[in-house]
Design a binder for this molecule. Structure first.
Ligand SMILES: CC(C)(COP(=O)(O)OP(=O)(O)OC[C@H]1O[C@@H](n2cnc3c(N)ncnc32)[C@H](O)[C@@H]1OP(=O)(O)O)[C@@H](O)C(=O)NCCC(=O)NCCS
Length: 172
């Protein structure tokens, strides 16, 4: 457990968090698929994913995960882990919580890889994250945008949803 400034605590996910994260998100009007947190916990137990939770004054405020073996081929080939599913509940935003989660995640990644990777969505809801990643030094990985991690051809029609991403990397 890492105690940060302003009452923020960062800690790794435990089995009890399968319920508590789900509850924190649903009670704040944010619906994540029912199977998501059990899957995260299983992957954590198998060493495939880190799940870092941020708490503020005892309440879950957000989390980020590190997927050590991403499905995205261009990262996978180079051994670049993927930061995935960064989120801070609306009422806890703009207090530096995502910054602390990212700092901790990048610190962990730097022990295993020279680069940190992530994908960001292209529509308005991702605006804050786009801004943050640019300020933190993430640059496009040079492969263009992708859909479900697959490269797209010019002229191809795609749906603007959470699977349409620009993949970015940062040298740590
Ligand atoms: C992106 C998100 C995690 C930021 O959380 P947060 O705890 O509010 O972020 P911080 O307070 O640490 O701010 C970090 C940076 O994010 C960006 N940012 C955060 N809120 C912003 C806003 N309302 N407008 C513009 N930029 C914003 C800024 O670059 C900010 O740095 P600054 O304070 O130096 O300007 C949060 O807005 C969120 O959960 N968004 C929805 C989920 C999402 O898009 N996740 C990313 C998936 S790829």
């Amino acid at each position: 457990m890492i105690h940060m400034s302003k009452g923020i605590i960062l800690r790794d996910m435990t089995e009890a968090d399968i319920q508590s994260i789900h509850l924190a998100f649903t009670s704040n009007g944010w619906h994540k698929p029912a199977g998501l947190f059990p899957e995260y916990f299983e992957q954590k137990r198998a060493g495939k994913r880190d799940v870092i939770i941020a708490q503020l004054d005892g309440s879950i405020a957000g989390y980020v995960t590190i997927f050590w073996e991403t499905e995205y081929e261009a990262f996978r080939q180079k051994g670049i882990p993927e930061l995935k599913d960064l989120i801070v509940l609306v009422k806890y935003r703009r207090q530096g919580i995502a910054t602390k989660l990212m700092d901790e995640a990048e610190k962990r990644i730097s022990k295993r890889s020279k680069y940190s990777g992530l994908g960001v969505g292209l529509y308005r809801d991702y605006g804050n994250a786009q801004n943050m990643y640019a300020k933190r030094g993430y640059v496009p990985d040079g492969q263009g945008i992708c859909y479900k991690y697959r490269e797209l051809e010019p002229g191809q029609n795609v749906k603007l949803d959470d699977d349409l991403c620009l993949m970015m990397i940062k040298e740590l």
